[in-house]
Design a protein around this ligand. Structure first.
Ligand code: GRG
Length: 304
């Protein structure tokens, strides 16, 4: 989709690069501390580091940082919390790729974790990343009531009523015709809930007003759904080289996706309309929300 070219206050490519560098720096220091304290078995450490440093886009941490900035804060205190979101996301990808789930051989342009380390270690690496994420958050420099709210957000977003619920529904609904309401549940939970939580956590950490938090939540809901619709579309029209993972896998597995239910064009239209809505929800924000706005547009044009 082409948005009207307006004078850009933020170069989104530079912004994303800068924030990814910060997140990567934190992830490396976290891995270094695992290595140094000797209580994490070397093989487990290697499996965790393999997937964590495989070169993801770091979008969930960037969402949290951009939302924190949109709500008026600039301190580095958000960084550990933001990076912890990447641990959770990476855990979900490792488990999602397992033979019992999507059975994928490639992720982030590399063989999947279980293909390198075996299923048992891959499962455990995912478990360790998920658990350590909460350990990192518990040490974040913020008020204890804010910490509790952040943890509550994540439990809600990742647990049975969030990401794991969405993933379960996705698997249970495979190979049967799905209702549109069920497809919406899968997408908003499997992918949308962690993205929604990422922007909410940035705003909560910035102590945003209730009205600002509501607007950012709306942005997160729209953009979270748009993200998975675009992912579905790319699974059909993308290339393995660009995406770093196999394509055409959804239809081969009989998965219910936006293109399989609505067709490609309608799916693309829905993603565009969700991005428009997400931008609308930020109307009351000033230029500090420009990165959030630009990320929303980037999502429609992404090729990986
Ligand atoms: C609890 C056993 C158990 C499993 C949980 C929750 C879960 C498994 C899987 C999550 C579902 C999932 C992987 C959804 C797809 C979301 C998605 C679009 C992934 C790709 O994210 P990107 O594009 O990838 O941000 P990079 O590689 O850039 O991080």
């Amino acid at each position: 989709m082409q948005f009207k070219k307006e004078p850009q206050t933020v170069d989104i490519d530079i912004y994303l690069k800068k924030k990814r560098k910060l997140v990567d720096g934190f992830l490396r220091s976290y891995l270094f501390s695992l290595k140094r304290n000797n209580s994490c078995p070397k093989y487990l450490y290697k499996a965790m580091a393999y997937s964590l440093l495989a070169g993801g886009k770091r979008l969930r941490p960037v969402f949290a940082i951009a939302s924190y900035e949109a709500a008026g804060r600039k301190s580095k205190n958000i960084l550990p919390v933001a990076a912890a979101l990447e641990l959770i996301h990476t855990y979900s990808l490792i488990h999602d790729d397992l033979p019992a789930m999507d059975n994928d051989d490639f992720r982030r342009n590399k063989p999947t974790n279980h293909r390198v380390f075996g299923q048992a270690v891959a499962i455990l690496a995912g478990d360790a990343l998920l658990t350590d994420a909460f350990g990192i958050i518990a040490k974040a420099l913020t008020k204890s009531e804010i910490l509790i709210n952040i943890i509550r957000e994540l439990v809600f977003a990742c647990g049975s009523g969030g990401m794991v619920g969405g993933q379960t529904a996705d698997i249970v609904f495979e190979d049967r015709k799905i209702r549109k309401k069920e497809l919406l549940y899968v997408h908003t939970h499997k992918t949308g809930s962690l993205i929604r939580a990422s922007v909410r956590i940035g705003a909560i950490m910035a102590e945003a007003s209730p009205a600002a938090l509501r607007s950012i939540t709306k942005y997160g809901e729209k953009i979270g759904l748009a993200y998975q619709i675009v992912d579905d579309v790319l699974n059909v029209v993308g290339t393995k080289e660009e995406l770093g993972k196999s394509t055409g896998t959804d239809s081969a597995r009989g998965k219910n996706t936006y293109p399989s239910v609505f067709g490609l064009e309608e799916s693309q239209r829905k993603a565009e309309s969700l991005v428009k809505d997400s931008l609308k929800s930020l109307e009351k924000f000033d230029k500090k929300a420009e990165p959030l706005r630009e990320i929303a547009k980037y999502i429609l044009s992404r090729r990986n």
